[in-house]
Design a protein around this ligand. Structure first.
Ligand code: SAH
Length: 338
């Protein structure tokens, strides 16, 4: 029998994420899930060009930090660097690559992926050790991996969910954030303090030192109640409270709350915009058509991959893009319709 005391959900989730990513490469058909950069190279290329355009609007600072949070296999960064080297070589020459990644085995994979690009990346456990200076920051499916707290409506108050022996237990909420005054019995409200803190910190940095950040993740456009904790193992949903590290745990990102935190930190926030609209605005379809023409053998694959990223019934609607930037910058690329 498990005698351990109940563990608050965010603590359990942080421990589970560290154990999960520490020793494996979970991406792709043979792994647990597939992400946009692994679906189409056009994704990372378009994001690289997004950075190049923003860099120009910033007045082309040299040096400039190109930062990625949670780079996975390093595919997005490799595709971005290749694209900017071709389209805006002066940006490629000015940028320094910084990767925020805690997993030792993924750091190795990232080093291998980035070798052909000639980049000499710096790795960080968190954003705290990034050097000062203007920065362009990318994060795809990073926020969804950060630990959440869950509160459940009981009577006329809220209890907090803890994990004990693979099941939820409800305990008195201590140090809870502001929660709605009213909600139906059993309603679940989530908060991601790590995500909000990160947004506030990055926004303050951007307001002070210049730059922009782009977050892409899945979640609703508006805040609201709901239990979005999920676990994936070999592309199937699994028990989120199973042994820590046995599956990928994620939660929907509350983009409205992230945008509010970023504004409080001093940045301008643009979006959230559905990923499909955002990527179409950046020319993803045009890029995929070019790839299809130059690689006839894989033309069908190139086009269907782009379609999957853009189609509302694929990843185009559930995924959202949120931009943060220095208040003096013009509208960020892709957000003109937001
Ligand atoms: N962006 C990649 C990978 C997404 S998976 C892609 O789109 O393919 C989440 C990534 O974030 C992994 O690289 C994981 O190791 C990293 N990660 C998760 N939690 C983290 C944390 N708290 N600090 C730093 N990296 C983290």
């Amino acid at each position: 029998m498990n005698q351990d005391p109940p563990e608050r959900l965010d603590h359990f989730m942080a421990r589970a994420a560290a154990a999960y990513y520490a020793g494996r490469d979970p991406f792709g058909a043979s792994g647990d899930f597939t992400t946009s950069p692994e679906i189409s190279q056009a994704f990372g290329e378009c994001l690289g060009l997004w950075c190049a355009v923003v860099w120009r609007a910033m007045g082309q600072p040299d040096p400039v930090l190109l930062v990625e949070l949670g780079p996975g296999r390093g595919t997005l960064m490799a595709d971005a660097l290749r694209a900017v080297a071709t389209v805006m070589p002066e940006f490629r020459e000015s940028l320094q690559v910084h990767l925020v990644e805690q997993s030792p085995s993924l750091r190795l994979t990232q080093a291998r992926t980035l070798l052909p690009t000639g980049a000499a990346p710096f790795w960080h456990d968190s954003i705290d050790t990034l050097p000062e200076g203007p920065a362009l920051i990318l994060a795809n499916e990073f926020l969804d991996a950060l630990p959440i707290r869950q509160f459940i409506r009981r009577g006329d108050g809220w209890m907090e969910r803890y994990v004990a022996a693979g099941a939820f237990v409800e305990l008195q909420a201590e140090g809870a954030p502001a929660l709605p005054g009213d909600a139906p019995e059993g309603a679940v409200q989530e908060t991601c303090e790590a995500g909000l803190g990160l947004a506030r910190q990055l926004a303050a940095r951007i307001a002070d030192q210049g730059g922009a950040a782009l977050f892409i993740d899945y979640g609703p456009g508006r805040s609201g109640p709901g239990d979005s904790l999920q676990a994936l193992r070999q592309h199937q949903s699994a028990d989120p409270l199973g042994p820590a590290g046995s599956a990928d745990l994620t939660a929907h990102v509350d983009f409205q709350a992230i945008a509010t935190a970023a504004r409080a930190g001093g940045a301008r926030a643009e979006g959230p915009l559905p990923q499909g609209i955002f990527l179409q605005g950046l020319g993803l379809i045009t890029r995929a058509s070019m790839l299809a023409r130059s690689h006839p053998a894989s033309a069908g694959m190139q086009l269907s991959a782009a379609q999957r990223l853009i189609a509302p019934e694929g990843m185009g609607r559930l995924f959202k893009a949120l931009g943060l930037c220095h208040p003096d910058l013009p509208t960020l690329p892709g957000f003109e319709t937001a």
